[in-house]
Design a protein around this ligand. Structure first.
Ligand code: NAD
Length: 243
């Protein structure tokens, strides 16, 4: 199907739906200038002293907070990034009472910046940080302004981003809410995700409706199940489908 017709189909389904859920990942923010992990120019194709999966793991954070923060500051913080057409379209759908939830693996806070209110952040957010010793809260600006590479609390403890690292469990309450929304959805849109990071990716299996839409540039493991597959740029597709 040509892109034009795919977008028309998506538009019609959006019109008829009342409980839309969007499930997304890093590809939603590439049009905002934040690289994803697995595209050609994604983070995993770049060279570091350690593989990125290792650097952003819990045990590595504890062992080498300096190396963790060097990578994190250089590659995971994009304080100037702005929401793109995909974020804005999803916020509009929520305002119109059509979309129940955005379930995201992203940690950049751009859905909220676009105006979305019900955002389930499976992997946390770079906007929230806590001292590992006393639990004090710090915002992103505190991390950016810290004098040392490894930011420290007034109490001397190391500050850790509220980002779910490899080896860490996802927050149960967020997972359960995401699951309930996906189960109740009458249209599930999946986009900008390679769907290889578990357990997050497993959530989409709980959708049993008949309108599964996949908007992703590269093939994913759910393409075969998709009722509508749109291999285009998500900002362009959603921007045109939601006016
Ligand atoms: P991924 O990098 O594994 O996959 C991204 C997918 O999006 C790819 O299949 C790619 O083809 C597709 N894509 C890229 N740009 C697109 C566009 N404009 N339109 C449509 N499709 C596009 O990302 P993932 O599945 O989210 O898994 C990576 C993990 O990394 C997640 O857990 C996430 O927390 C984290 N991450 C987050 C950010 C962020 O917050 N912006 C950025 C990088 C990584």
């Amino acid at each position: 199907m040509a892109l034009e017709r795919e977008i028309e189909q998506l538009k019609a389904w959006i019109e008829e739906s009342e409980r839309i859920v969007f499930f997304g990942g890093a590809g939603v923010s590439t049009e905002s200038g934040i690289p994803d992990f697995r595209s050609e120019d994604g983070l995993y194709r770049q060279k570091y002293d350690y593989p990125p999966e290792q650097i952003i793991s819990h045990s590595f954070f504890l062992r080498r907070p300096d190396a963790f923060y060097r990578f994190y500051r250089e590659r995971m913080l994009y304080p100037d990034a702005k929401p793109n057409a995909a974020h804005l379209a999803l916020a509009k759908l929520e305002q119109r009472g059509k979309l129940r939830a955005v379930v995201t693996q992203n940690i950049d806070g751009l859905h909220q910046a676009a105006g979305s209110r019900h955002v389930l952040e499976l992997h946390g957010s770079v906007l929230r940080n806590h001292c590992r010793r006393c639990g004090a809260f710090y915002g992103l600006q505190d991390i950016l302004n810290a004098k040392e590479i490894v930011p420290r609390c007034h109490c001397g403890g190391i500050i850790k981003p509220d980002v779910v690292l490899y080896e860490e469990a996802l927050e149960e309450r967020v997972m359960e809410e995401a699951l309930a929304c996906i189960r109740a959805a009458d249209l599930l849109m999946i986009g900008g995700t390679s769907l290889v990071v578990y357990p997050a990716a497993g959530l989409v299996r709980y959708y049993s409706g008949h309108r599964l839409v996949v908007i992703n540039q590269a093939p994913t493991g759910v393409d075969e199940r998709a009722d509508l597959l749109i291999p285009g740029k998500i900002g362009e597709v959603l921007g045109r489908a939601v006016d």
